[in-house]
Write a protein that binds this ligand. Structure first.
Ligand SMILES: [Mn+2]
Length: 417
């Protein structure tokens, strides 16, 4: 007898596409479009191609389709074209609403509202904290959605009056934690279940220079989301891919492209998981894979010039050539003693960087002679007062002024932290 085929539900989890991030890009003179738009769409296409080629049961997007809350029509078309391909192939798509997808006020449409408005088949929008039942070709799946929560909707409530921003966050965190537990306890234990959240988890690491974060936001604890009812916890919002634990696995898929040099060392990609519906609740995850995409590289080249280097420019050029420059977004940081500053030929350095996709900066940190002398005094043997006095003296500060500043500094240093 043929063995009964094992039914496995395969889910693709990705997040933070951020179409419209166009810094460090070149404008194509023919189309007027940024090269960074092409970058973002190429990695997004890698996700879609994988989903189509591997006939996944569900594509789960954990929020932030665009950079802006008011994306341009070109950006909206680009996002929708890819969703339409999945929909047409009969692959259900769950779109969770992120902070960048939300309008400022509750009456306005979110950037994702267009899909239910047009009744695009197979598309689900996770726009409120609720449990959604999604039907896939491998059976039903419960998704508890935790979209981005608009502060304003909490602030308007009477019991929020007079609270500090920190206290408001505490209330939001408490409320979300309770609501999540309530949703989780109401799940059908016979049906596979995942949590999809667009939220910061306190234990997570961030890497970007935080330019995408929109202020001080609520942060949940790992223990608030890692509930035993879930077979997998899929997260978006933090751009660095990471797993925060097992039983259940709590995972940020991370973004598909770095947005700044803070993410230089991140590997970008998406996650593919397999659930076995026959296993007990909370233990159905049978496989987890992270699939890297061909994200645009960011590269920092740092060069330290010594007083003994006779050709600083050559040293910088050699350091550049040791790296894979082609196609990268590059910045060069040169630390150079002031007496050699004039010997740095910036035009020659820029020529060595011609193969880069984009040259962000060539910056010089000029090390003044005084600073070198201070370094040679074995600064680790100086106490803070001595170091401050030495610094003020080196800056030609008048003696009276030094006296006043030293008194102030000492009283500051004696204060309890
Ligand atoms: Mn976000």
């Amino acid at each position: 007898m043929m063995p009964y085929p094992k039914l496995v539900m395969r889910i693709l989890h990705f997040s933070d596409v951020h179409i419209g991030v166009e810094n460090y890009g070149r404008v194509d003179p023919n189309t007027g479009l940024s090269s960074r738009l092409t970058d973002f769409l190429q990695t997004y296409d890698e996700v879609v191609e994988y989903a189509l080629a591997n006939e996944v049961d569900l594509v789960l997007f954990c929020g932030d389709a665009y950079k802006s809350r008011d994306p341009s029509q070109t950006h909206q078309r680009a996002f929708a074209q890819r969703i339409a391909r999945l929909s047409a192939a009969g692959i259900p798509v769950f779109l969770l609403v992120g902070n960048h997808d939300l309008p400022h006020t509750s009456g306005k449409a979110s950037a994702l509202d267009i899909f239910p408005t047009l009744s695009v088949p197979n598309i689900y929008i996770g726009e409120r904290l609720d449990t959604y039942l999604v039907s896939t070709k491998s059976g039903a799946l419960q998704i508890v959605a935790l979209p981005w929560i608009r502060r304003g909707s909490f602030l308007a409530r009477e019991d929020m009056r007079g609270l500090s921003p920190e206290q408001v966050n505490e209330r939001i965190q408490e409320s979300l934690t309770n609501h999540l537990r309530w949703q989780a306890e109401g799940l059908d234990p016979q049906t596979p279940s995942i949590l999809a959240g667009h939220v910061s988890i306190g234990e997570a690491k961030t890497s970007s220079e935080q330019s995408m974060m929109l202020g001080k936001d609520h942060v949940l604890l790992h223990s608030s989301v890692a509930l035993p009812y879930f077979d997998y916890v899929a997260l978006g919002h933090i751009h660095k891919h990471q797993a925060l634990g097992r039983n259940p696995m709590v995972v940020y898929s991370g973004s598909l492209q770095a947005i700044d040099f803070g993410e230089e060392n991140d590997t970008k990609g998406f996650c593919v998981i397999e659930l076995d519906p026959a296993l007990p609740a909370g233990r159905r995850l049978t496989d987890f894979q992270f699939h890297p995409v061909q994200a645009r590289r960011f590269l920092t080249v740092t060069v330290d010039i010594q007083t003994t280097d006779d050709d600083p420019t050559e040293k910088v050029v050699k350091a550049i050539l040791r790296h894979h420059i082609q196609g990268a977004i590059v910045r060069v940081n040169v630390r150079i003693p002031s007496e050699l500053e004039g010997h740095l030929d910036e035009a020659q350095i820029r020529r060595a960087l011609e193969q880069a996709h984009y040259l962000a900066s060539v910056s010089k940190e000029v090390l003044r002679g005084r600073r070198t002398r201070l370094g040679s005094l074995q600064s680790q043997t100086l106490n803070p007062q001595e170091a401050l006095r030495l610094y003020l003296t080196s800056k030609n500060t008048p003696a009276e002024r030094i006296k006043t500043l030293m008194l102030n500094a000492e009283s500051l240093m004696q204060e309890e932290p």
